[in-house]
Design a protein around this ligand. Structure first.
Ligand code: RB5
Length: 144
């Protein structure tokens, strides 16, 4: 299951992403927000990060206006590796090398079709492990 969330700046793109996930048959849960009323993006990151960390979601998608604020907030949660991506190659590498468990997008930056390609590249990629696992472990050592 993919947890998905956004702030007001990401609401429109999040709704398009949900349609895309429906089309590809991916299971997801929408953790809000549910309108374009102004909210604070750290509050929107929290439920998606918590779902990933408690195992109720396998991975997460977060969208704010730029993708920046919500990724900064998500990366404060211990165990979250949130990758802010604006291109397909980075999205694939975010999984292959960084084992990113959340991908972040900017609803005011990235067009919907590119966003779908970015999500698919990350969602379909496999973590390569090996030396990359050792590097990811070092990230989590920093958290301790
Ligand atoms: C909200 O206006 C905007 O600041 C937010 O969506 C995001 O872009 C922050 O990084």
């Amino acid at each position: 299951m993919i947890a998905i969330g956004c702030d007001h700046g990401g609401y429109e793109l999040k709704e398009h992403i949900k349609k895309h996930l429906d089309e590809i048959g991916a299971e997801y849960k929408d953790y809000g927000v549910y309108s374009e009323e102004s909210v604070d993006y750290p509050d929107c990151a929290r439920p998606v990060c918590e779902a990933v960390l408690d195992g109720s979601a396998e991975k997460g998608i977060l969208v704010c206006g730029t993708g920046i604020g919500i990724s900064i907030a998500a990366n404060k949660f211990k165990g979250i590796r949130a990758a802010h991506c604006t291109d397909v190659y980075s999205a694939s590498m975010a999984k292959q090398h960084n084992n990113a468990n959340i991908i972040c997008l900017g609803g005011r930056i990235t067009g919907r079709e590119l966003a779908f390609m970015i999500i698919d590249a990350w969602n379909n990629a496999e973590f390569q492990g090996g030396r990359h696992a050792a590097r990811v472990a070092k990230i989590h050592e920093i958290e301790e």
